[in-house]
Design a protein around this ligand. Structure first.
Ligand code: IMP
Length: 432
């Protein structure tokens, strides 16, 4: 009867989809607790690629899955995802998928306003995913958002959709976007149809999860985005609009936090970021190393799974990783994409920052919003040949410099690395 929380340690895209799929083998239920279709979780099984934006990656292991109350759900996207998976023979029946009645709903107006707000920032654009995330959480906080439970009365729901869409139209007009105004009647009509289809999936998931945990089930909470995109603890304002850190999992699922038995962090062996915002170890976008790290043109290429934008890349930053380990209280770390570093001549790791003429191995006070002034310091450089990561074909042990790299990370953050992903496929994982 344990809730295991899986959390991203960087700016999202750490490979949580693949890791969730792996960990889902050993649990009974998998739930996502926050964010929306801004996420893009990718899993490769026998060379076939599956991308999930809203559904938890545990679905591919045949486990019951759910969408928790702190999510913002785009019903059109959700139904499309369900239809796509159903067409591939994956069970997406209400016995397998549950949606919290307390989760909030994304309307087309949220997406238009997301673009409008970001454009209005001019040079300071955040580069959001334009999935309506910020405006939907803003409507939630200002208490005129729509919740999934409202769909249970489709006719009344259609009226509520109409009214909120008209409000969004007034906001669009204020931006001078008269041409983008929506037909509230059409939106209400479509959303009534979505409601008719989604009603069987709606549940009080807080009650369901609490009862299952009490009865001894093991639940995996699949995080979305990453610690450095957290609305409070990330690189504000270049963050998403929800809580992404481990302590928000119980809140986002409606369960007693005492059920949390383990927190697992997921980090890439280097770093990536899509959208704007600082990254002290960022490499020049067009450099040969950046292209290598982006794995351009190969499976696992560093492009946003949601927006298809090429990601910025940088060296692993142990100061930020240590910060994320502290904020989340992780018990263990899973590293991904170690294989991508293979064959590089001088792999660098940021071990400390120079900040206001002092050197720091832990993030200095206030520096999370002043990363532009943190100068990364690199010490020894490692490298290993492409074929030299693992000892044997059973994927049992890391060897040589690749192993030293992982040990260096463990030493820096004081947390064991329990698994290392060394390839795109579901089974390319070394357990330690
Ligand atoms: P939003 O969440 O769409 O509002 O975007 C805010 C910032 O978070 C942008 O820089 C996005 O690129 C980034 N972001 C949001 N979700 C993800 C994700 O799942 N992976 C990586 N970046 C994300």
């Amino acid at each position: 009867m344990t809730l295991t929380v899986l959390v991203g340690m960087q700016w999202g895209d750490e490979g949580k989809g693949k890791v969730t799929d792996k960990l889902a083998e050993d649990v009974d239920i998998v739930f996502r607790w926050g964010g929306g279709a801004n996420a893009g979780h990718t899993v490769y099984i026998n060379g076939k690629k599956y991308v999930m934006h809203l559904l938890p990656s545990g679905l591919l292991q045949g486990k019951p899955c759910g969408l928790g109350n702190n999510m913002v759900i785009d019903p059109e996207q959700l139904l499309k995802e369900m239809d796509d998976f159903a067409a591939q023979g994956i069970d997406v029946s209400p016995e397998r998928i549950m949606i919290s009645s307390l989760a909030h709903i994304i309307l087309p107006g949220h997406k238009l306003l997301d673009s409008a707000y970001d454009r209005a920032r001019g040079k300071g654009q955040l580069g959001t995913t334009k999935r309506g995330i910020g405006p939907a959480y803003a409507d939630k906080a200002s208490r005129h958002g729509l919740r999934v439970g409202m769909m249970l009365s489709p006719l009344r729901f259609a009226k509520q959709v109409y009214e909120l869409t008209e409000m969004h139209n007034r906001d669009l007009s204020r931006f001078g976007l008269h041409d983008e105004r929506l037909s509230a009647i059409d939106v209400a009509h479509f959303y009534q149809e979505y409601a008719n289809r989604l009603v069987p999936y709606i549940k009080d998931t807080s009650v369901y999860l609490s009862q299952r945990l009490q009865a001894g089930a093991n639940v995996l909470a699949e995080g979305a985005q990453g610690t450095l995109l957290d609305i409070d603890y990330g690189t504000y304002p270049y963050v998403t609009s929800s809580s992404t850190i481990a302590s928000s999992a119980a809140l986002g699922l409606g369960v007693d936090p005492k059920y949390v038995g383990k927190v697992i962090g997921v980090a890439k062996c280097f770093q990536t970021r899509v959208g704007a915002g600082p990254m002290p170890t960022k490499l020049q976008f067009d450099s040969a190393i950046a292209k290598h790290l982006r794995s351009e043109g190969k499976p696992g290429e560093e492009k946003g799974a949601t927006t298809n934008r090429s990601r910025d890349v940088g060296w692993l930053d142990l100061v930020l990783l240590d910060y994320a380990a502290r904020i989340n209280g992780i018990d263990e770390l899973i590293l991904t994409k170690l294989d991508v570093l293979s064959g590089l001549a001088n792999i660098k790791v940021c071990e400390s920052y120079k900040y206001r003429r002092e050197e720091y191995t832990h993030l200095p006070d206030g520096a999370i919003t002043d990363l532009d002034n943190c100068i990364p310091q690199y010490q020894d450089r490692l490298s290993w040949p492409a074929h030299d990561i693992i000892c044997n074909d059973d994927l049992k042990e890391l060897r040589g410099a690749a192993d030293s790299y992982v040990r260096k990370i463990e030493r820096a953050i004081g947390v064991p690395v329990s698994m290392v992903s060394v390839g795109v496929d579901r089974n390319d994982i070394v357990r330690r």
